[in-house]
Design a protein around this ligand. Sequence first.
Ligand code: AMP
Length: 444
Amino acid sequence: MSFKELNLVEPIQKALKTEGYSQPTPIQSKAIPPLLMGRDLLGCAQTGTGKTAAFAIPILQGIHAEKQSSKEKRQIRALVVAPTRELAIQISESFRSYGKNLGLRTLVIYGGVGQSPQTKSLGQGVDILVATPGRLLDLINQGFVSLKNIKYFVLDEADMMLDMGMLKDVRKIIGFIPKVRQTMFFSATMPNEIGELAKSILNDPVRIDITPVSSTVDIIEQRVYPVDKVNKTNLLIHILKDKGIESALVFSRTKHGANKIVASLSKAGLAAEAIHGNKSQTARQLALGNFKKRKTRILIATDIAARGIDIDELSHVINYDLPEVPETYVHRIGRTGRAGLGGKAISFCDYGEKPLLRSIQKLTSRTIEEVKDHPYPLVDTTIKPKEKSIRRPSASRSSASKEDKQKGKEAKNGKVRREKRTSDSKKANSNSSKKRKNLHWSKG
Ligand code: AMP
């Protein structure tokens, strides 16, 4: 199917061409026709599937058609609510790109920054508003935002909003939106509470399920590097010294860990920046902007800060720590291999993390090739790996939703693994590091 067959207006087709999109992704082919007909949508899909364009294009086309037939002043016609500031910004950028030939105005609002530039822009008139729940509710209560003309409402990453304790605010926001509207509801998973919310706000929706798991995983070259925990930083430095790695997003399980990695890399002469929940919004945006513009080659992130972040042509994802939830692995490596482009995913695995690796391999139905020929091979197998119960996403999300909680748990788990590293193993590692210098796979 082509974008032409989807009956898109010329200015949108032109914009998509400029973006380099030649044909719709599966979610776009499935979602755009019913959305153009005004149907509600329940989408079970993650970022990386092209879901932003799937809802943004029909909304833009709808507002464009209405605008041509009326000379009214700009009013907010579409509202997109997203859980994180990064995601909200990204969505607003997509609306601007796809709608660049339409003369519509998109504004993004989020907390953690001063409100006056946002209220000033609101005063100038807005067609499409993208917002995080807290700041939106704040500005509604202060009278800066009116939702009474909303015709299109999108709730994105609803399960993450549940995790982040945002549902109460979301319900209040929904109370301000007219009942007659088109609603698009997206969630990567459907825990009960989210299913109930969807049922209560959608009207006879079309349901679309897109699981990117196998397709994403198939086009990404994955390798696992067995390594002792004490040597993970050394191995990371060794890998990142390879200039063949154009850009690397490194996942750390904790905020503290992310900061430590940045400091160690910097000592080794490798510039890196971190994004996580303890950084100010400005610092996070700056770090992300630098990474996207290729000013920094290395970005260290925690899962929550990185969720939903879209970086074009990211060459490498590195799992410094393996995630506790196997699905998170798929989300992480899906940052590379975007829209059909290949990418590489490197995972470090210490002895205690072997059960996590097994769960990932089970989920993705593949054995990830091991790279043992590196300077810091795993030698310390003195710690018996404990078969842990791997938390399922729905259960884990509610408990591990806040980074702090997660950090506490993981610190506990890590404690077991940290104990009793033998000095022999350290010696053995340093000897082997002198002997081996090659890292064939990561080159090129
Ligand atoms: P999303 O799932 O909306 O975060 O989109 C994931 C990535 O796919 C983004 O980088 C989009 O720019 C890109 N993308 C979306 N639709 C298409 C398409 N039809 N062709 C190529 N790339 C696309």
